[in-house]
Design a protein around this ligand. Structure first.
Ligand SMILES: [Zn+2]
Length: 100
């Protein structure tokens, strides 16, 4: 999962800031994070920030747990979107509340 998030970070850096990062995300994630920090120091970028937070959650062990109900989020959902913070049930709940 860490690799997936780091890959997304490098793709995002390339697409939006034309920062070419060719290192191995697994072996050299720290360098990539320095790039990310550097960009974030100058710009606010919600996507970069989300990805960085996801990495932090991965490190402190809270990654993959729903913020609301604390249940594990479906792995397939996380693969599709590693920045996801709530499970599909809570998301439905939210959508319901918001639509009322
Ligand atoms: Zn939930």
């Amino acid at each position: 999962m860490r690799r997936l998030i780091l890959c997304r970070l490098s793709v995002h850096l390339k697409e939006y800031y034309d920062i070419e990062w060719t290192g191995d995300p697994l072996a050299d994630g720290t360098t990539l994070m320095h790039e990310v920090e550097a960009v974030l120091a100058f710009k606010s970028d919600a996507v970069l920030d989300e990805l960085r937070c996801a990495l932090e959650r991965l490190e402190d062990g809270t990654f993959g747990a729903c913020l609301c109900c604390k249940q594990a989020i479906d792995r397939r959902l996380l693969d599709a979107d590693p920045t996801r913070r709530v499970c599909s049930e809570c998301e439905r709940e939210f959508a319901h509340v918001l639509s009322e």
